[in-house]
Write a protein that binds this ligand. Structure first.
Ligand SMILES: [Mg+2]
Length: 215
């Protein structure tokens, strides 16, 4: 699926990835976290940011405990390793852009041996759907937003992409399908991200890849 937006369509030199539900199977039980915090509905981070200091502190400690547990028990979605290897082979840079804490993000990456050229967590920037973490990621990669893709499974990834001028790719799952109208592209499997990059960059664009293969 393709729905190019205004000013979009440059070559792709970098890919930003959401973590929970995209690279890893969604393992955070938001209903359980909300129940423990005594919140009935809504998004947890936004609620905590607006809460009084004491409640905020207590809430973040509950959230962080759940995130650390989720990091310990997390599993990668199929195709992550192939996607990251395929992008690396094409000299496409990658960054992780997550609403998680730095601590649980680093633990998840270490556990699965994943590495990225940059990672932006909620400890460094306002969380998605703000454009801020994407723009920070773009700066860290040294790549303009128009030459990036963001791959994610939530409306927030797509909205943040639109706001930052980064083309969005929805990772399709039963739960994420409803966000399809907001996405520029979609993939059923993560390995398809590499095919999408090849398609967008066109023939002759993946010089690094061809040269590497020819050696
Ligand atoms: Mg997600």
């Amino acid at each position: 699926m393709r729905r190019p937006g205004p000013g979009q369509g440059g070559v792709v030199r970098g890919v930003l990835f959401d973590m929970d539900g995209t690279l890893t199977r969604a393992s955070l039980d938001f209903d359980a976290i909300r129940a423990e915090m005594g919140i009935s509905e809504g998004t947890i981070l936004e609620y905590l940011e607006a809460a009084p200091e004491e409640e905020r502190r207590r809430g973040f400690s509950i959230l962080e405990r759940h995130e650390e547990e989720a990091a310990r028990t997390s599993e990668l979605n199929p195709g992550v390793t192939e996607a990251l290897a395929g992008l690396a082979a094409r000299a496409i840079k990658t960054a992780l852009i997550t609403r998680n804490s730095r601590r649980s993000t680093d633990a998840t990456c270490a556990m699965h041996g994943m590495s990225f050229d940059a990672a932006v967590t909620r400890d460094e920037a306002a969380p998605k759907p703000s454009a801020e973490p994407l723009l920070l990621g773009a700066g860290l990669l040294g790549i303009p937003p128009v030459e990036l893709l963001i791959v994610g499974d939530h409306r927030y990834d797509l909205e943040a992409g639109r706001e930052a001028g980064v083309r969005s790719v929805l990772f399709l799952t039963d739960a994420s399908r409803r966000f399809l109208p907001l996405a520029d592209y979609s993939v059923e499997r993560l390995a398809e991200v590499v095919d999408l990059v090849d398609r967008l960059n066109g023939p002759g664009c993946c010089v690094a890849h061809s040269a590497r293969r020819g050696r």
